[in-house]
Design a binder for this molecule. Structure first.
Ligand code: NI
Ligand code: MN
Length: 224
């Protein structure tokens, strides 16, 4: 059984191909149901870009899980991996599929900024299908390619506005990607992230798309 569990803000735990994956593990976010030290064994961490609300406790979790790998854009992986064991951080780049046993990770374009490297989204492909975590991004036509090439079952999309897409842009993103399920993220953590899942859901429904919007409370999971 594959699953996606929302850990607040842009942090997700994903179960695919029997592996436990964390994306953007800022587990000290105000909504997080789990503390970094309670997260347990992790096989893979993916970080979309080098902003503190996305790198989070990645380095600490890597140190505590010697077998865990991290995939990020090269310079960001290098920076996070400095305090980890050699070989744990795998620097990749946008558009280059990385093979990790039964998992494949593809970093994809994101319209944003990053303190190191470049910002990205990530497509994580396992036996049960693909999950697309868009990272922090504005709306971009690149999303249409992500949809066509990887056919994600689940798309995790920022809707908070200000730094990323708001509900209007994210609803258009759903039309470009055409995932089976869209799960909103990156809203409500701070007052400035004003977008609401209710508005996002309404705008997706207004477009008459087949995609189902699933709103997860922090700690909840969606299985597929
Ligand atoms: Ni950011
Ligand atoms: Mn962010």
């Amino acid at each position: 059984m594959a699953y996606v569990r929302f850990l607040g803000h842009a942090a997700f735990e994903i179960g695919l191909s029997g592996k436990r994956i964390l994306v953007d593990p800022w587990l000290t976010n105000p909504m997080s149901p789990v503390k970094p030290e309670e997260v347990g064994p992790v096989d893979l961490i993916v970080v979309t870009h080098d902003h503190g609300d996305h790198t989070g406790e990645a380095a600490e979790i890597l140190r505590r899980n010697p077998q865990c790998k991290l995939v990020a854009v090269y310079e960001t992986a290098e920076r996070i991996g400095r305090s980890a064991r050699s070989g744990q951080a795998i620097g990749a780049n946008i558009g280059g599929p990385v093979k990790l046993g039964d998992l494949e990770v593809v970093l994809v374009p994101a319209l944003h900024s990053s303190s190191s490297g470049a910002p990205s989204g990530a497509v994580i492909i396992g036996r049960e299908g693909a999950v697309y975590h868009a990272g922090d991004t504005g709306l971009t036509m690149e999303m249409k390619l992500v949809g066509e090439l990887y056919r994600p079952k689940v798309a995790l999309l920022p809707i908070g506005g200000h730094f990323t897409m708001g509900p209007r842009e994210a609803a258009k993103a759903v039309e470009l990607i055409e995932p089976e399920v869209a799960i909103p993220m990156h809203y409500g953590t701070f007052p400035v992230l004003w977008g609401t899942p209710e508005e996002f859901k309404r705008l997706v429904e207004e477009r008459g798309l087949r995609t189902r919007v699933v709103v997860l409370k922090p700690g909840e999971r969606f299985e597929f």
